[in-house]
Design a protein around this ligand. Structure first.
Ligand SMILES: [Zn+2]
Length: 181
């Protein structure tokens, strides 16, 4: 992408848009229907493990460990195929693994959050900040912004501390992990 756009380029672009409007006055951009979130309510325990094993996040390993602690088994090819039948993953010959595709990514994200709440897994990290704020988020879905400044680090620690205290009225496995560690 060019870093600078000249006035004449802008004028050309706006003329093109105006020309399109005149050619197709009846066409307005379609309003997209809201997409319902993928249904993860009927996944079997093994399908949940399979879904999490294809998911890459800072919390996925902890979630898989919690799921595996409940069973003496591991997902089979059939569990992966059930997810592939939903259009959530595909088998790639190149590496012989299943990979998440399409709504599978959203399904994995939703399942991870749900399981983190259920198992009391609170893995925090810095993410999604901007010029003025450091974003802090947790694997359970919690997110906050801490203003950048001299006391940013203590602000982050306090925010995480507050979150863990409020989340752990219920006793659980608590791990506060900073990004990159
Ligand atoms: Zn949390």
């Amino acid at each position: 992408m060019p870093s600078r756009i000249s006035i004449s380029q802008l004028q050309n672009a706006s003329r093109s848009i105006e020309a399109l409007r005149q050619l197709f006055p009846e066409v307005s951009p379609p309003a997209l229907p809201p997409v319902p979130p993928p249904d993860i309510s009927d996944l079997t325990h093994m399908q949940k493990i399979a879904l999490m094993q294809m998911w890459e996040s800072h919390a996925a390993r902890a979630v898989i460990a919690a799921l595996k602690a409940e069973v003496q088994d591991k997902p089979s090819f059939l569990d992966y195929r059930a997810l592939a039948d939903r259009g959530w993953c595909e088998h790639r010959r190149a590496d012989g693994w299943h990979h998440l595709i399409g709504y599978g990514l959203e399904a994995a994200r939703l399942l991870e959050r749900k399981l983190c709440v259920e198992y009391g897994l609170h893995l925090t990290r810095e993410s999604g900040g901007d010029r003025f704020n450091v974003g802090v988020s947790c694997s359970c879905g919690w997110h906050t912004n801490v203003r950048k400044g001299r006391s940013t680090q203590s602000g982050i620690s306090q925010a995480i501390g507050r979150h863990l205290r409020s989340a752990n009225g219920l006793a659980g496995i608590v791990k506060a992990v900073k990004a990159g560690s």
